[in-house]
Design a protein around this ligand. Structure first.
Ligand code: GAP
Length: 510
């Protein structure tokens, strides 16, 4: 397997070649950090949404969904704190004129130290073989201890400076660590400045009567402002949740790493309203529940880890990320935040409307606390795609590229392939296709050799191929070919549905 940088490039190329993801406006040389999902991409995306929605909404009698608008009253963002505090610290290099996120420059510096530690571990593991105890090695190796200490010191200084908005010290930290611009190679930095990430636009066609509004930077606020509408119309009792899938927009300073950090992306968020004082119980509950949701996809449990936040956002009293091992290292995939009553309280203050829950048991009103789970759909897509991409050497030395996407969410579930284009095989194959199309997303292919067609289906992650040959015309049997081990079995057409249904059913993931 290629090194992780090569692997990532290959995955990006594969996404384009096989219709998963295209650069937005590619014919005009593209728009940075905006992407379009192609025919296979949109299917996979819809299947991820379906898995999330089913587990959040269908499987919980106390969670309901909404679909709120992207445009919201501008006061929303004053109340939520986004107008004043949704900033990234940016810094420019005076020689290259390139702009960076100051915190990301420092994080990249830390990643380099982490990579050095990993190299030492790999070396020792090779040297000692099976007797190697990684945990013990990390605890006792002097160089690793020193490097880990340095990482912790830098992290804690950065967190402190950022939460105090002490930008001078952020700059000094960059200078003290002698962090260089990757383009110019110099340390000739400007001051660090705050940059608000919200996109502005105007509502109304006549400039005098128009007013400035924002594209929502998170879907959560659409849920908060609808809290009472939903609670009353659905007669929900606390604890209950509201779920939503939708677009969010952030004017990211550096939007790199393909669909990992985009300026327009989709979030799947759920805000869970609880009694004040019970938030930590629910925070722990949702941490476990969300990790379980991920692990059920079988992408490899070793690819996930929790990262508890040391410095908390203005609205939170506890927060963590579920990180995933992307080709470029462990990075945030999902956030779980205990947001206190910050948002509802602020909306109550700014709107003048009561945002309280009436507890029928105690006959008292209170503002609920909120625990939210927030996952980026595009990041989830990347997590699935990057961990499913495999290059396998076959017996004849040929390399097969296969996407081992969990069958339940694969974009195409079945490919129906007549062995030849003649002898009424296409007609028979289309008859079979018709009987399956309504239950499964299917593809029909008759061009090229059967081997080539199998490879094409492997490359988009189709779990099953159904081959129709001359025998099919005689005894109504087909060959069922399995993507993962390439095994083939002969089965009756009448047995096909029951044979594959269970494996392809999303219910299997629960
Ligand atoms: N409502 C809470 C919230 O928005 P967040 O940690 O800022 O929290 C939640 O974002 C998730 O949204 C992240 O864990 C990530 O998966 C996704 N996300 C955030 N910014 C993104 C971006 N620029 N591109 C793609 N996904 C992003």
């Amino acid at each position: 397997m290629a090194n992780s940088e090569d692997l990532f490039k290959k995955i990006i190329g594969h996404c384009k070649e096989y219709g998963f993801i295209f650069q937005s406006s590619e014919i005009y040389d593209g728009l940075s950090a905006a992407y379009d999902y192609g025919p296979n991409g949109v299917e996979l995306k819809n299947n991820i949404k379906d898995y999330w929605w089913k587990s959040m909404v269908n499987m919980h009698e106390n969670i309901v969904g909404i679909d709120s608008s992207i445009f919201m009253h501008p006061k929303t963002w004053k109340a939520s704190g986004h107008l004043d505090a949704f900033n990234d610290p940016l810094i420019d290099n005076k020689d290259s004129n390139k702009r960076y996120r100051a915190d990301v420059l420092i994080e990249n510096y830390l990643t380099k130290i982490e990579n050095k530690i990993q190299k030492d571990i790999d070396k020792a593991s090779k040297k000692f073989g099976e007797t190697f105890d990684e945990e013990e090695f990390i605890k006792t190796n002097a160089r690793i201890i020193e490097r880990n200490k340095k990482i912790q010191e830098i992290k804690s200084s950065l967190n402190q400076y950022l939460s105090n908005v002490d930008l001078e010290r952020v700059k000094k930290l960059i200078e003290d660590l002698e962090i260089k611009c990757p383009i110019s190679g110099t340390c000739n930095w400007t001051e660090v400045r705050q940059f608000n990430l919200m996109f502005k636009t105007e509502l109304g066609s006549i400039s005098e009567s128009s007013s400035e509004i924002y594209l929502r930077p998170e879907t959560a606020q659409g849920i908060f402002v609808n809290f009472l509408n939903v609670q009353k119309s659905s007669r929900m009792k606390i604890p209950f949740g509201i779920a939503q899938i939708g677009k969010a927009f952030r004017n990211e300073i550096i939007a790199r790493q393909f669909i990992f950090r985009m300026r327009e992306f989709e979030q799947m968020e759920m805000q869970f309203f609880v009694k004040p004082g019970e938030e930590m119980k629910w925070y722990d509950f949702w941490k476990k529940s969300r990790l379980n949701w991920h692990e059920n996809l079988s992408l490899g449990n070793e690819n996930y880890r929790f990262h508890d936040h040391e410095s908390l956002a203005h609205y939170a009293n506890a927060a963590c990320d579920i990180e995933f091992k992307f080709p470029f290292g462990f990075k945030e995939l999902e956030g779980i935040h205990s947001r206190t009553d910050f948002d509802l309280k602020a909306h109550m203050e700014y709107s003048g409307k009561k945002m309280q829950y009436f507890d029928p048991e105690t006959n008292k009103h209170y503002i609920p606390y909120v625990v939210e789970t927030s996952i980026g759909l595009d990041r989830m897509f990347l997590a699935i795609l990057s961990s499913s991409y495999k290059e396998e050497k076959l017996d004849d030395q040929e390399v097969r590229i296969v996407l081992k996407i969990p069958p339940q969410i694969a974009p195409v579930k079945l490919a129906v392939l007549p062995l030849t284009k003649k002898d009424k095989l296409p007609e028979k194959a289309r008859e079979i296709l018709k009987s399956l199309q309504l239950n499964f997303s299917c593809q029909y292919e008759e061009k090229d050799s059967i081997g080539k067609r199998y490879r094409r289906q492997d490359a988009i992650g189709t779990p099953y191929c159904i081959t129709v040959d001359h025998e099919t015309l005689e005894d109504d049997t087909i060959t069922l070919r399995n993507r993962d081990d390439m095994s083939q079995e002969r089965i009756k057409i009448s047995e096909l549905k029951s044979k594959i249904s269970e494996k392809l059913d999303v219910a299997n993931l629960f």
